[in-house]
Every structure is written in C-alpha cells, then in structure tokens.
Design a protein. Structure first.
Length: 367
C-alpha cells in the first residue's frame, strides 16, 4: 500500500485505537471512504459519544501526522496490509476479531502461504529446544512456513532452525515493528525480515505491554493451519495460543515429555483435552496431509502448482461450495468436517486458484 493510500487507514487506526473499533466502523459503513463521509450522528456511537475523535474523522486525515510511517513505507521491505487487501492472509481474515491492519516487514506473500505455528516455553530444556529445531527443519522441508512469536526459548529455536534450513519464517510481534522485544533478538529479527516476515497489528512506536501478548498469540494461531506446542509448563503462555487455536478451528499438536518434568505438564494437559500427540514431524505432516494435500509435499514430490486440479477430498468440498459466495460455517455443516479441516482445505484451494475470498468471510468458486 502506498503511503498516500495508507494515510486514511492510519488516521482511523490511531483515532479508534485500532482493533475492534475500526472493525466495527468497517462493518457498519463498508469502506474507509464511507467512514469519512459519515455524519457526526452516525459516528458518535462508535466513539462512545466522544466528540473529539468524531471531529477528527470529519476533518479528514493529515499526512503530516504520520512522518514515521511515511519514512518506513519508503523502504520497499515495509508494508501496510489492510483487511480489504487481496494480500491479507485468508485464514486470519476468518477469525473473530481479525486485525483491520497489519504492519509487515519482509515478504508479504508468505502471509498467504501454508503455515504451522511452533510455540512453547521461554525457558525450555535442551531437549525442548532440540525438538523445536528438528520439527521446524522437517516442516520447512515439507514446504511449510514456520510461524512463531519471536519470544525467548522455543520461539527463537523454531525461527532460527527455519532460517538455518534455508526456509522461511514469520515472527508475530507484540510491539510496533520499529521495536524488537526482547532486545536480545535484534539480529534474529533482522534475519527474519530478510528471509521471511515480521508482522504486527500494533502501530510504530508501540512498546511491549503485558496485554499485547495474548493479542499477539491469536494472530500466531490465526495465520496458521495448526499449532505445535513443543514444551510448556501448566501456566505457559503457549497454552493460551493452543486454546485460541482450538477456538479458531485450527489443529493443535503437542509433544509429550517425561512425567517428572514440569515443562511437559502443559503438553500433557493439552493431550488430555484433545490435542494430537505427535512424536515426529511426520506425524504432523500426515495429519495436515489428510486435511489439505501435504502428503505429496512431505514425501518429496513437487507441490501442486496454481491451477492444478483438486485432489478427491478437495473436489468434494469444491462441489459443496458452488458458484455463489458461501460462508465457512455453511461448508462445515454441509461437509461434516471440522473447522480446522475446512480452513486448511480452503487455503490450499485458494492458493491453487480454485476459489477466491469474498467479503464477509465467504468464498466462491472461480471456475
């Protein structure tokens, strides 16, 4: 998005505090242009009756207020992706509370690529970090993007392993992208931006705050086909990511550990709650393969190119879509499949050009 096009979005993002308020405005008025054309009485309910932001919307955006963003967007590696943009990740668009704006540094095409989130303890055992590395390397070789949160511990091990394997990784930040948290990961963040993508819903200058990390976690799971919890204590933040993944209809995988290890208890709890126990990366790939055609990729065969015919499972779902836009909930009901299976299959079909996303979280056949 060019800076000139970004200014109205940035203005509304700042006035509304981003997130829910801006989403509600877009849902009500349909476009940024319609928001600026709305009357004072129409806007007031969205700002709790506060006249000041309403007057600011009515006055229109001032590009001079966004000098930092202008400088940032002059760098071709920096991007602003709106929820109405075709580059916006389709799986993320489906989740409740999808962020209206994404700040991205790196390759925006990765946002639409099949991803698996790898998360876990900030203070892992040596074995936990080894597992994170081994699984991430195999996932990369299978053609997946590894997504995580740039945190200490398992997150860092997963990101580094993906990069070292020559693959691509996405780091979702809980700050503005002009800041790196933790600061010890500056070099890692630089590598990720060069070989993958840094993503945030927070504006430039936003510092790390406790309440931002659960919000960050919902993006990690929302971008991904599933979440792999490598090692986690019972109070680990990665269990929040796993819970959000389940609520979003994503697959949840957990690696078991010693019954004597506190760092295994979170994974064991997830398994008791229905997460899939996995001992190798192939276990994950076979599950995803059953959902979305990754078996051929993981076995070394070439990935299906755009325009390739669907496999039998995808063809069945494609037949249920028809040529009119349809919501994912309707497809889940018609197919009898889990939300995670439907989401992953839709993503693969969209990447192949068989379907396209429509407004309101709906999809439609292209031919």
């Amino acid at each position: 998005m060019r800076f000139e096009d970004a200014v109205p979005w940035l203005h509304l993002h700042r006035l509304s505090g981003g997130g829910a308020s801006l989403r509600h405005l877009l849902e009500q008025f349909g476009s940024v242009e319609a928001i600026y054309a709305a009357s004072r009485s129409e806007l007031l309910p969205f700002f709790d009756g506060d006249q000041s932001p309403v007057d600011a919307v009515r006055a229109g955006p001032d590009a001079g207020q966004f000098e930092a963003e202008r400088v940032g967007l002059d760098d071709p590696s920096n991007h602003l992706v709106a929820i109405t943009d075709p580059a916006y990740p389709p799986l993320l668009r489906e989740i409740p509370g999808a962020p209206p704006l994404l700040f991205v540094r790196g390759d925006t095409t990765l946002l639409r690529a099949p991803q698996l989130a790898v998360v876990g303890s900030r203070n892992p055992s040596h074995g936990g970090c080894d597992n994170a590395r081994a699984f991430s390397e195999q996932l990369i070789r299978a053609g997946l993007v590894v997504t995580s949160g740039l945190a200490l511990g398992i997150d860092a091990c997963a990101h580094a392993a993906a990069l070292d394997a020559g693959g691509q990784t996405i780091a979702v930040a809980a700050t503005g992208l002009d800041r790196v948290y933790p600061s010890a990961h500056r070099e890692l963040a630089h590598r990720i931006a060069a070989q993958g993508a840094l993503v945030s819903e927070f504006a430039l200058g936003t510092p790390p705050r406790r309440e931002h990390f659960p919000r960050r976690n919902r993006l990690i799971s929302g971008l991904s086909l599933g979440v792999l919890v490598v090692e986690a204590a019972l109070r680990s933040g990665s269990l929040i990511t796993a819970r959000l993944a389940a609520e979003q209809g994503r697959e949840v995988f957990a690696i078991p550990g010693s019954i004597h290890s506190p760092l295994a208890r979170g994974c064991h709890a997830l398994i008791r709650q229905g997460a899939k126990l996995v001992e190798t990366a192939q276990d994950v790939l076979e599950e995803l393969g059953a959902l979305a055609g990754f078996v051929a990729v993981s076995s070394g065969a070439a990935a299906p190119p755009p325009g390739a015919p669907p496999d039998p499972a995808q063809q069945e779902l494609l037949d249920l879509i028809g040529y009119d836009p349809v919501e994912m909930d309707a497809l889940i009901e018609r197919s009898g499949l889990t939300p995670g299976r439907v989401s992953s299959m839709l993503l693969l079909m969209e990447l192949r050009g068989l379907i396209e996303a429509r407004p309101g979280g709906r999809v439609q056949r292209t031919s």
